[in-house]
Design a protein around this ligand. Sequence first.
Ligand code: HEC
Ligand SMILES: [Cu+2]
Length: 321
Amino acid sequence: MRNRALTIAPLLFAGCEGVQSALAPAGRDAERIANLFWAMVVGGGVVWLIVMAVAVYGARAKHEHSEKLAGRFILWGGVVFPTVTITALLIGGLALLPPTLDLGPDEPRLAVVGEQFWWRARYRQGDQWVEVANELHLPTGRRTAMTLESPDVIHAFWVPSLGGKVDTIPGRTNHIAYEPTRAGTYRGACTEYCGQAHALMAFHVVAEEPAAFETWLAHQAEPATEPTDAEATRGAALFLEHGCGACHAVRGTEAAGVIGPDLTHVGSRAHLGGVLPNDTASLVRFIREPEAIKPDVRMPAFTTLSDAETAAIAHYLEGLR
Ligand code: HEC
Ligand SMILES: [Cu+2]
């Protein structure tokens, strides 16, 4: 038993660092939330120790207490103390809301949409909007305001390492802002049950220096690169022939679908669908058996394509950097 506890404990603590932890804050709002959490843990711990000490004392005391003293103890310890501490906690907790919901001076530059089971995001770049999917980038040291929407069901957007959580609600526009303090890649998740693949509705946020962020965004705004070899050229043709472009956009080509993720720069993302490493094997799986990756996915399986055809399409998509 002890052995098992020893093997499990490091795993539990490992969960507290890393890319998806409210206890390892990498954003201004996450820091505030973590501080509130620790204040509650320490405060709760102190109260627990006092209650335990009183309980032990009560169980052991041999002499009688006066009724007046007991009454006073209940009044102060049982009424006044909890009222004061819980009110203080409430005020401390509510005080976190205005700064967390503070959108900063700029108009929201990022519009996030919760889809069936992926995240669409549009960045304002000058007077155009640039669409990306499943991987957001945010500048460090700046507050980025976002709008949150959903076309059909309720999802919730949360990057525990960076800040607060807000629902995406059909027919409504919600807001949140994140201000990363530490560069890195952080994992986000849908935190409102939305269907079979809800737990797989993950995404990543790359927090980077403002200059690197602007370079990234300028690159995402560009149309797709032309295929550079014969196999990629064949893949591009097959992509259009087999109707991928009905759901996916590859800007600069005929593919202009809006149902699925924009694939213009899909090769530049670290993950596919938010959950798989972005490599040839994952691309092939997405084409062959998307349902095996995410149950109820809104993409059909392309089982009639030959191995060579699937490989050519995967090769083409990998080149879209
Ligand atoms: C009926 C619409 C539809 C068609 C047709 C379709 N897809 Fe998809 N595709 C989707 C949707 C929706 C997703 C998002 C799945 C998810 O993560 O929930 C997706 C996801 C993907 C992804 C992962 C993208 C990312 O950003 O993670 C790839 C790659 C992909 N599709 C390739 C293809 C290829 C190649 C074809 C043609 C052989 C194709 N799709 C045809 C709807 C479609
Ligand atoms: Cu969801």
